[in-house]
Write a protein of this length. Sequence first.
Length: 67
Amino acid sequence: MPSPTGRSRKNRKPPRGTIARYRDRIVEVLGEARGQRVMIRSIHADGSERLTAVKLINLLPLDNQLF
């Protein structure tokens, strides 16, 4: 049975270097973290680069258009 959000319950961890969307930002996947989390690198509005562990289910593939 498909999930209500349309996402697969069996998410596969994206390989290192994958570009994805997290909230309103484009991010780079750096690798695995604990459990169902991955480390990402993102650049915020103030220009600072941040490393963050996020849940895998919150990463979305990029659309056809980046910006």
